[in-house]
Every structure is written in C-alpha cells, then in structure tokens.
Unconditional design. Sequence first.
Length: 272
Amino acid sequence: MSTGTAAKAATGTTAGTALVTRAGRMGSLARAELTLLGRSKATLFAALFVPLLLPFSLRSTVDDMDLKDSGLSVGAVLLPSSIGFSLIFAVYSSLVSVYAGRREELVLKRLRTGELRDGEILAGAALPAVGIGLAQCLVLTTATAVLLDVGAPQAPHLALLGLVLGLAMWPALAAVTASFSRSVEGAQVAALPLTMVSMIGSGTFVPLEVMPDRIASFCELLPLTPVITLIRGGWTGDLSAYDALGAVATAVAWTVIAVFAVRRWFRWEPRR
C-alpha cells in the first residue's frame, strides 16, 4: 500500500471512529435523558397524551368551518394540525422544561467538563423528545388518514420535508426559550407565547386559507406555519413550487436564527 493510500485509509478510519464515538456519547446521554423524562410525570403526560387528545377535540370546530371555498376537507385540516400539536407539546414544550431543568440542576455544566461538545449535549438531550414526537406524528397520521379517509399523500416528499424541518427547528427554538428563563416553572411560562401564537396563527386551529389576506400573510412568517403548509400541501398536492420554496425558506431561516441565538445566548449555568 502506498503512503498516500495509507494516509487516506487512516484518515477515513479516524473519521469513522470519531463518528461512532460521537454517536455513542449522544446515545448514552439520550438514554439517561429518557430515564429522567419518565420520572417527570407532568412533562411525560404533556408530551405523550396532550398531542393525542387535541386533534380529536378540534374535530367539532373544524366541522363547523366553511371549507368549501378553500378546497380543504376536514381530514386535510386535522392531519397536519395533529402533527403541529406533536411538535409543539411533545418536542418544544417538553424540551424547554428539560433544558431549563438540567441547567438548574447543574447537569449541563458537568457534562461540558467531559468529552461531549455543546452541540452533542443539546442534541443528545433532545433525542428522546424528538423520538416521541416522531412516533406520535406517525401514529396520528395513520389514525387520521384512516378515520377521516384522507388517503395517501399526493406529494409525500413535501410532507416528509415539512416533518424533518419541524423536528430540526423546534428543539432549537426550545433551547432559545430556555435560555431566557430562570427556573423550570419560568420556562413553562416562557414557552406559552410561542405555543399559543403557533396554535392559533399557524393553521392548526384555523387554516390560513380561510383567514383574511393580511392576517394570513403575517401568519405565514410564524415558525410552525411552513411545517403545516408543507405537510398539508403534501397531502392535497395543491402546493405550487413557488409556495413550497417559500415555506422551506421560512423554515430554514427560523432554524438558522434559532441556532445562532443558542450559540449566542444559551446559558449553561443557573441564572441568578
């Protein structure tokens, strides 16, 4: 074997080993976080059951809406809404409490003294909530599609893209929110504004198609809206390429802003 070939092989082996080691560290952290999550009954209930109950409680409200002019069906409204609820409660709300709680318990500070990097700590702590959110999205999608006869998505790549963007964006937003709270209780209060605005204005309770144009234009800029838009467009097949690109750009912009804010302002020690 030549020197160049050997160097390339060594570099590849080192990179592969580093990747495996990084995944192992994050996996260990995720397992520990899952155990702690199981001990927090309130957080576990909010993550597991609230997203499952909300879509069905919303059914009567959607039935009373005039959806004929918008071209939407009850199923086309409730299916993306159920995924939105999972992202808000199973991922965002639960992770705000997780990040704040681990910071106040000095867990994050101790983890930084080891081999874990900052990004690995935040990502590893987020994995259980993201896994729960993903599982809920799959269950709710299947249940809604069967019970409301929604059928298969017309553009599955758009629905998948919307889900992936949502699962990447909302953990970062949770870390940002936790940065500006002084306690677990304060973190739950801090999460309420974005939670309520997203539920009301992002097309979960009321589709943008039935809103006044000015309000709909503003609501299109909310972080959950592009996720709902892509998933709904994936099922109906009515989303144009221009609107799809706009939704992707909005989601990516929110993710980039959230990551920047985390790097700039995230607190690793208790706020005093």
